[in-house]
Design a protein around this ligand. Structure first.
Ligand code: SAM
Length: 311
């Protein structure tokens, strides 16, 4: 049986009374070549743990299960669970978790799977690979969750709108370069992509997609004194994209114009530039200067308060 064939999907719909939930972005893959390309780009080995987000009826899951030590598939739709139990019945190395991935403790799932694997006397899991064909509206939240929660994965391979992939990969001074590019490039490098035409989905969506493989960097590309200040600085710079840094950085809140001017001077960044021209390293230097000066300003306030106690 070709699980990915539209005729099989129709049989499954009939047998289980399943209805596509548009709100959950349920467009299933129907092309074996694309499924194989996704599996290949993931580069799954026999000691790998795969976390799949949004398995649907399991077309990617079963191919991953043939290569991985274990696959844990997180699916929000409870109507798909009995279907997955049938379509994946032959794989003893697949676990299906019926949860919203955005509310899932992915690190907890990984730790539990690793210790279970060891207790059945397997060699340690070599690496964790995350894979997912997800609704577009959760692409950015899920990528940022994986990155910000420090999820211990080697790579994350996700199907997304082509426009989002372009924004993630974008370089400074291009129209697509923005806060998302800087945030993702701080944690990852792009390690491959696949163009996916809309014709290979059932039901067919309106737009084409891209599968992007992001490899998590072992060492950050720039050393930061404080991540929050860095991300606030990036957000403020792109929040008012057309403004110069002299003006847009006041959007960070709690920083004076003088402090911004001094930080820009110290970092060697011209304040009449726009945020969209800064490299990740320049954002790093600037954020570090802002953080240092904010610390100095706070300490200065404390000293003057101590010297002049309120009467
Ligand atoms: N992987 C399958 C394929 O390629 O054919 C299905 C892909 S379909 C585009 C997206 C899947 O993600 C659906 O099965 C949907 O129910 C599931 N999903 C949507 N939101 C989710 C969430 N927040 N957490 C987990 N799964 C979700």
């Amino acid at each position: 049986m070709k699980l990915y064939a539209p005729s099989t999907i129709n049989e499954i719909k009939e047998k289980y009374g399943f209805k596509f939930a548009k709100s959950l972005g349920q467009n299933f893959l129907t092309n074996k070549n694309i499924i194989d390309e996704i599996i290949n780009i993931c580069d799954i080995g026999p000691d790998d743990l795969v976390i799949e987000i949004g398995p649907g009826i399991g077309v990617i899951t079963c191919e991953a299960a043939k290569k991985a030590r274990e696959v844990i598939a997180i699916e929000i739709d409870k109507n798909l669970i009995p279907i997955l139990q049938d379509t994946l019945a032959e794989f003893s190395n697949v676990r299906v978790v019926n949860q919203d991935v955005l509310k899932t403790d992915i690190n907890g799932i990984i730790e539990e799977a690793k210790s279970r694997q060891l207790s059945i006397q397997n060699p340690p899991v070599k690496s964790v690979k995350i894979i997912g064909n997800l609704p577009y509206y959760i692409t950015t939240p899920i990528i940022m969750k994986v990155l910000e929660d420090g999820i211990e994965a080697e790579s994350i391979t996700i199907m997304m709108q082509k426009e989002v992939a372009d924004r993630i990969k974008a370089k400074p001074s291009t129209k697509d370069y923005g806060a998302l590019s800087v945030a993702v490039q701080y944690y990852c490098e792009t390690a491959g992509s696949i163009n996916v035409p809309k014709e290979v989905f059932y039901p067919r969506p309106k737009i084409d997609s891209t599968v992007l493989k992001l490899k998590l960097l072992e060492k950050a590309p720039t050393e930061l004194l404080d991540k929050n200040t860095f991300f606030n600085c990036v957000k403020a710079s792109f929040g008012q994209r057309r403004k110069t840094l002299n003006n847009s950085l006041s959007g960070m809140g709690g920083v004076s114009k003088d402090l911004i001017k001094e930080a820009l001077d110290n970092a060697g960044v011209d304040g009449i530039r726009r945020g969209e021209t800064l490299t990740l390293e320049e954002f790093g230097m600037l954020a570090n200067e802002i953080f240092k000066l904010m610390g100095e300003a706070r300490r200065g306030n404390n000293i003057s308060t101590a010297q002049n106690p309120p009467v």
